[in-house]
Design a protein around this ligand. Structure first.
Ligand code: NAP
Length: 408
């Protein structure tokens, strides 16, 4: 049995990270289908009846999306372009065709468009040009990876200093009225065991992560420090309002054919045979990437939106995620079918790159979060978990993630 290495947070199952288009709800969409033309308001009506009636997407001013090449940002950019918005896409290398071609395709499909700007979280002032004239800034850029050698340099610095860089730039850009920060449930908790310690045994927006550190779940630590810094900067000015979305582990199909997000590594392990002997019942929450795009739009364009929002469709665990794939893919792929006992996971943890602390505090601990604020204030609705997993897994099969020999 091989269990991959650990990181932290719900995505911390990104911790198991070692282990652990389009509008509409059809299964099995493929790469490239993201450019299907469908009017934005139609899409909203399909996804969020409540907010569709009230959400107006202004198209006069451009909006900035940092980390536009990312998995989470891709659907957001698509929906903005389909609404007719000019998106200023801040990317590290606008010349890198492998990372920007899908965004260029979205732009070509219109009716809005994408303009590319070079910017780096670690270079103060580098977002100035991209932010010029923007009223809304979506700050999604932050490394989400579990395989790091130097967590300070690879996770904490870009998350924390990058957030400071982007938000300070917002204060120097008179047009900016709202900043939407892609934080994470990782800024609310570190390990599933933290749920039991939360008031009423359920995570809410009132809870802050106090247990992550450079040594334990550094990704969660990076997101916690970054969100705290965002609130500190927001409270020191009155020009723009900060609205935060706190997604749990993001699943569902990507718009970029070469995703870097840890989400894909987690799902890869469910299908590549790594967990064919079984999966630990390590608790976490999940949200579909398309529903998360909707949350970003609502956070940006609902006038009264404020504060943090847990954006999580389902309380689940790693085994349940794998089992959701059984009806459609169980015949052909070595999916996990049974729970690995905690003592066994604990025993082999060091060999798999997991810490025993991680196993002790996540395996067999149910994850519970209250998503009612996002449902009410942002009008969010969540699609079924199985639909998200089917769509993502189908796309990964098409992209060649799984070898045929991995059949049981
Ligand atoms: N996926 C999840 O489960 C999940 C859950 C909760 C929150 N989030 C948050 O969602 C956001 C996006 O994550 P993702 O899953 O979409 O991961 P991703 O696909 O790997 O995207 C990360 C983005 O951050 C950019 N970035 C990284 N370091 C940078 C730097 N030094 N300067 C400029 N840009 C930099 C990347 O740009 P390059 O293309 O140039 O590398 C990429 O666009 C992150 O804030 C993450 O914490 C993700």
């Amino acid at each position: 049995m091989a269990l991959p290495c650990a990181v932290g947070g719900a995505e911390g199952l990104g911790a198991f990270g070692g282990m652990v288009g389009a509008f509409g709800h059809g299964a099995g969409r493929r790469l490239g289908e993201q450019s299907q033309p469908l009017h934005f308001l139609q899409a909203l009506a399909m996804n969020t009846a409540a907010s569709a009636a009230t959400l107006t997407i202004p198209t006069q001013a451009p909006v900035l999306v940092t980390g536009a090449t990312g998995y989470v940002a891709g659907w957001l950019v698509q929906r903005l372009v389909q609404a007719g918005v000019t998106v200023h896409a801040a990317v590290r290398d606008p010349q890198d065709g492998r990372k920007v071609a899908h965004l260029q395709a979205l732009s070509d499909a219109g009716p809005g468009r994408v303009r590319f700007f070079a910017a780096d979280l670690m270079q103060p002032g580098s977002y100035a040009q991209a932010m010029e004239g923007c009223e809304v800034v979506f700050h999604t850029a932050s490394p989400f990876t579990t395989h790091v050698k130097d967590p300070q340099r690879e996770l904490i610095d870009p998350a924390l200093l990058g957030t400071r860089n982007v938000l300070e730039q917002a204060s120097h850009t008179p047009s900016v009225r709202r900043v939407v920060l892609t934080s994470s449930c990782a800024a609310i908790y570190t390990d599933a065991a933290d749920c039991a310690a939360a008031p009423g045994g359920v995570l809410t927006e009132a809870v802050w992560n106090t247990t992550a550190s450079l040594e334990h779940q550094p990704y969660s630590y990076s997101k916690t420090l970054a969100e705290r810094e965002a609130w500190r900067l927001a409270e020191g000015q009155s020009q723009w309002r900060l609205v935060v979305v706190n997604p749990s582990l993001v699943i569902g199909p990507g718009t970029n054919p070469r995703p870097t997000s840890e989400s894909f590594n987690i799902v890869r392990q469910l299908g590549d045979g790594t967990l064919k002997a079984g999966a630990p019942r390590a608790g976490f929450g999940v949200v579909d990437v398309r529903d998360l795009a909707q949350a970003h739009l609502a956070a940006a364009f609902i006038p009264g939106a404020e504060g943090r929002h847990i954006v999580s469709g389902h309380n689940t665990d790693l085994l349940a995620l794998g089992q959701s794939l059984l009806p459609r893919f169980g015949e052909r792929y070595a999916l996990p079918r049974r729970a690995l006992p905690k003592w066994l996971v604990w025993l082999v943890a060091p060999l798999s790159g997991l810490t025993r602390k991680f196993v002790a505090r996540n395996v067999d601990h149910p994850w519970r979060a209250d998503n009612s604020k996002g449902r009410q204030a942002l009008g969010l609705h969540y699609r079924p978990l199985q639909e998200s997993m089917d769509d993502m897994f189908s796309q990964m099969i098409e992209a060649g993630y799984f070898k045929k020999t991995q059949q049981p």
